[in-house]
Design a protein around this ligand. Structure first.
Ligand SMILES: Nc1ncnc2c1ncn2[C@@H]1O[C@H](COP(=O)(O)OP(=O)(O)OP(=O)(O)O)[C@@H](O)[C@H]1O
Ligand SMILES: [Mg+2]
Length: 508
């Protein structure tokens, strides 16, 4: 007897349909799985055999062959266990699957006792199942709240194989999981990092506010102990609230990486990923087998913070160039291309030279010009060209550090950021983007017209500073954000002038 069931495998965030065919025939006992299955799937034979026996059913004595179709698609992980076990039970006549079996999806790993274990990537799997017109999805109970985020499909959380069989045979029905509401939250006020803890540094704070409002990349350069790391950490507290769509996008990526749990099935805050300079290129951009999202994708719609920027190996930094431009990363494998989103804000911090005091007003720099040059060359020109806000974070004088002045809190800065982001969301309603930094060149032309005065100062800057075409567009996007913060519909001269002064100045 033959059984066929449906499941889904993931290629990045995209789910591909997999048909599980189970065939039984007479012969010496043998259990084989074909269809480009990885080791985890081959090992499923032992899990399925024990799970079936320990659930009170019989494992067939003859030859069991399972085919995972299409045969040319590489399949990974234990997510097909459940569908394979059900197929065997149906093929042996121990249960009878309903006639509309091909409208249902089964996903889950089995334990020896027949219990279902959670698997990563349930949210994108459920979303793909809905897009493909499936009406029901059966997932491990631990994953059911995550799957319940998706509307238009009925989700069933399953605890054990036996429980699902009772449901199928109408002995005891499982209640469908309730739909989960997405509710993006603000950062809690008592966050350990706060703008009010950083004394002075108004220039850097202003740049961070602009970066948060429009989603721009930023580099802070300054001597040791001036507060760069502190500022970057406080940056997380001024980021604008997520839209529902953004929360869903982020949760999908985190789901694949196995970073969402049953108690916290939805990512409700913008990610802030701080990466150490010893991290490998694969850890940063993604990869492995099966390909997993890297830090740039886990920081999607949030912040990727690279502290001690110049200490990162040059090769690692160069791989950031393409995703910084495109907002996606494609990991290619013989089995197919895995596309992960990577629209993040890059925030980097570095010292200006090995000793850290080049350009400091009080302390003398001990490095030779060659050493300074060598240090700064570690970050390549093309990468610096992708950074909109270059800020110097100087040391704070004693009076300011010990003064009693009250610094502005993150909450106040965030209110302005939020307002500016709201203007952008309204502007880009028909454009399928959420922030100024995502504008393509035609959109820049459409939304960033300049008056003659602004045009002329920009022309002078482009000529005198030898700016690239990319820098030209990036200045306009930044000016748009500065105008949004000023609640101005038009980009005026001061907005363009401020945007230009954040551009990198090359020392001769
Ligand atoms: N502007 C500031 N206001 C308040 N505290 C500060 C300021 N700058 C530095 N500090 C104090 O100094 C500590 C070190 O600052 P931080 O780690 O941010 O320096 P940094 O610029 O990242 O230095 P490095 O270049 O060595 O990494 C902070 O934890 C904080 O206690
Ligand atoms: Mg630091």
């Amino acid at each position: 007897m033959l059984a066929k069931l449906k499941s889904l495998t993931l290629l990045g965030l995209h789910g591909e349909e997999v048909e599980i065919e189970v065939d039984l025939h007479r012969g010496l006992p043998k259990f084989s799985i074909v269809g480009l299955a990885d080791t985890a799937i081959q090992e499923a034979r032992e899990r399925i055999r024990s799970a079936i026996k320990n659930s009170g059913f019989d494992f067939p004595r003859g030859v069991v062959v399972i085919n995972l179709a299409p045969a040319d698609l590489k399949k990974y992980g234990p997510r097909f266990d459940l569908a394979m076990a059900l197929g065997i039970l149906h093929a042996t006549g121990q249960i009878r699957l309903p006639d509309n079996w091909d409208e249902k999806v089964f996903v889950g790993e089995l334990g020896f006792s027949g219990e279902l274990r959670s698997v990563p990537g349930i949210l994108p799997t459920t979303a793909s199942a809905t897009d493909r017109g499936f009406i029901e999805i059966y997932v491990p109970e631990e994953n059911s709240r995550e799957a319940g985020i998706i509307q238009d499909i009925q989700v069933f959380g399953v605890r054990t194989l036996r429980q699902l069989c009772d449901h199928i045979t109408n002995t005891k029905k499982i209640s469908p999981t309730c739909h989960q509401e997405l509710n993006p939250k603000e950062f809690p006020e008592d966050h350990e990092h706060n703008f009010s803890h950083v004394r002075g540094q108004e220039h850097a704070k202003r740049a961070l506010e602009i970066a948060a409002a429009g989603g721009h990349n930023m580099l802070m350069t300054g001597p040791p102990g001036s507060g760069k790391t502190m500022l970057a950490k406080a940056f997380a507290t001024i980021l604008p609230q997520l839209t529902l769509h953004e929360a869903l996008e982020i949760t999908k990526v985190h789901s694949i990486a196995g970073l969402v749990s049953d108690s916290n099935p939805v990512v409700t805050q913008r990610p802030f990923r701080m990466v150490h300079h010893t991290a490998s290129a694969v850890a940063i951009v993604g990869g492995g087998n099966p390909p997993r999202p890297g830090e740039i994708s886990l920081a999607h719609r949030g912040v990727l913070f690279l502290d001690e920027f110049a200490e990162f190996p040059q090769k690692t930094l160069e791989v950031l160039r393409q995703p910084l431009e495109d907002g996606v990363i494609t990991v290619s494998r013989a089995s197919g291309s895995y596309i992960f989103p990577a629209k993040m804000m890059l925030v980097a911090a570095m010292n200006p030279c090995p000793c850290g005091f080049h350009g400091d007003e009080q302390k003398e720099c001990l490095c030779t010009p060659y050493k300074i040059q060598q240090y700064q060359n570690k970050v390549s020109g093309p990468l610096l060209d992708r950074i909109d806000l270059h800020t110097e974070v100087a040391r704070i004088p004693f009076e300011k550090l010990s003064g009693e002045t009250l610094e502005e809190s993150s909450r106040d800065v965030r209110t302005r950021v939020q307002k500016a982001r709201k203007r952008q969301l309204e502007r880009f309603l028909a454009d399928n983007i959420t922030s100024n930094s995502e504008m393509t060149s035609p959109l820049v032309k459409k939304y960033c017209p300049l008056n003659d005065e602004s045009q002329s100062i920009l022309r002078t800057a482009v000529q005198q500073m030898n700016l690239s075409g990319r820098a030209f567009y990036r200045i306009l996007k930044l000016a748009r954000t500065i105008a949004d913060l000023a609640e101005s519909d038009r980009i005026e001269l001061p907005h363009v002038a401020e945007a230009i002064q954040y551009r990198e100045r090359k020392e001769n």
